[in-house]
Design a protein around this ligand. Structure first.
Ligand code: DI6
Ligand code: FE
Length: 406
């Protein structure tokens, strides 16, 4: 006799299992059982084994999917950049505003000036809004401090958000986001500081789960970043990369060479770079919010990603400058329209492949026995509705490790 804590029945279940011949790995008249915060059983109601359940809930035909996973955000930051948004609509370019001290540096100044509590409160509101849309795992990057104290403070705030919210918050050190004013015209000295001091400290204190960098003409070159990635490797930390967002800087190839968890943006990645990502098993993370906000006209090569079999994820890139987007479900709706991803690819991109982009593929991202019981329950008629509708809030419930998330 199987003993379960919670049994969900009368559900339609998009398991998102890889290799399942059914679209979305769907189970029509399904049940899902949870024990100890993990999925204990999933399948058709007609095949339920003999069991005892502490609680049983009939979902009246609602859909269950894996809880969504946002694998790329800059959720912790000070200030906001609404003024720049207006100025850009008035004709100023992102690069012009950056040259005048706006852009990333405006947020760096505001973040340095903010206390840990202020950063925490601001990010907590954004995090709760994400959970209210079905997201239970939210990666958070540093990268608006660009000095020792503020980068560490951002990571500590992200860790605190993970402890207090009940959600999972993997952290990423993105100190190589830009060279700060103190190192103007000395980017190599700044990268040496990051590689030799900041990275080892973050690793020693267990503050970073991964290391990210911005590979771009306005930031750092692939050659400059290779040294940082070698250091990350020595310290046993996986790497990720903001690659080829505005220009082809060889970012995808660099990420593939280091077996990165993910390469993100990829608007200007050539097909050879995509082939390299696919061969390395590096997840291609597409960020439609930044594409849309920057008015970019070059798209990632969706057909080539498919053709080469690269795993593709979708994320919000939530940040105050280039992607003021707080809903991962809306990111799916945008990725289908702007990049031509199918609704099933969008959902795989915010579940199974997003888990892999964080190195969590063995723990979550699909509904299979043994995986963490992070589930979203939706008032929808078909999982494609999650990409189909804009501006709707179809979430009916969120379970995190088998418990109702408030
Ligand atoms: N790419 C982006 O779109 C953001 N960072 C990055 O590496 C920009 C962040 C910002 O403008 O604040
Ligand atoms: Fe980003």
């Amino acid at each position: 006799m199987d003993r379960w804590d919670l049994l969900l029945t009368d559900a339609r279940i998009a398991t998102m299992r890889g290799g399942d011949p059914a679209p979305y790995g769907a189970v029509a008249d399904g049940a899902l059982a949870i024990r100890g915060g993990r999925i204990a059983w999933v399948g058709p109601v007609s095949e339920l084994p003999p069991h005892e359940a502490g609680e049983t809930r009939a979902l009246e035909g609602r859909w269950i999917t894996p809880a969504l996973i946002d694998c790329h955000t800059h959720l912790v930051f000070g200030g906001d950049r609404g003024g720049e948004f207006e100025a850009r609509l008035g004709g100023a370019s992102y690069e012009e505003l950056a040259a005048e001290g706006g852009g990333i540096m405006a947020t760096v100044r505001a973040t340095r000036a903010a206390s840990a509590d202020e950063l925490y409160e601001g990010a907590l509101g954004r995090l709760e809004a994400m959970a209210a849309e079905g997201t239970a795992t939210v990666e958070i990057k540093s990268g608006y401090g660009l000095d020792r104290d503020t980068e560490i403070r951002m990571l500590e705030v992200a860790r605190r958000l993970g402890r207090s919210s009940g959600l999972t918050v993997p952290t990423t050190l993105l100190a190589a986001h830009a060279a700060p004013p103190e190192f103007r015209d000395r980017p190599d000295d700044y990268l040496a500081f990051v590689a030799d001091e900041l990275l080892p400290e973050a690793a020693r204190r267990g503050l970073a789960d991964a290391v990210d960098a911005f590979c771009e003409r306005v930031a750092f070159s692939a050659a400059q970043l290779a040294r940082l990635f070698e250091r990350a490797r020595e310290l046993g930390l996986p790497v990720k990369l903001h690659a080829d967002q505005r220009t082809d800087g060889g970012g995808a190839a660099l990420a593939a060479r280091f077996g990165a968890l993910s390469a993100d943006h990829l608007e200007y990645t050539p097909e050879a770079g995509i082939e390299a990502l696919a061969r390395a098993g590096t997840v291609a993370v597409l960020l439609p919010g930044a594409f849309l906000t920057l008015g970019e006209d070059r798209r990632p090569l969706t057909a080539a990603l498919r053709w080469h079999g690269a795993p593709v994820a979708v994320a919000t890139d939530c940040n105050p400058g280039t992607s003021p987007l707080g809903s991962l479900r809306e990111a799916m709706a945008l990725a289908s329209r702007l990049f031509g991803l199918t609704p099933e690819e969008c959902l795989a991109g915010t579940t199974r492949h997003a888990a892999r982009a964080l190195g969590l593929q063995h723990d979550r991202g699909t509904l299979e026995p043994g995986k963490r019981a992070d589930l979203a329950i939706w008032d929808i008629t078909h999982p494609r509705d999650l990409s189909y509708w804009l501006g709707r809030r179809p979430l009916a419930g969120l379970l995190v490790a088998g418990r109702d998330h408030p």
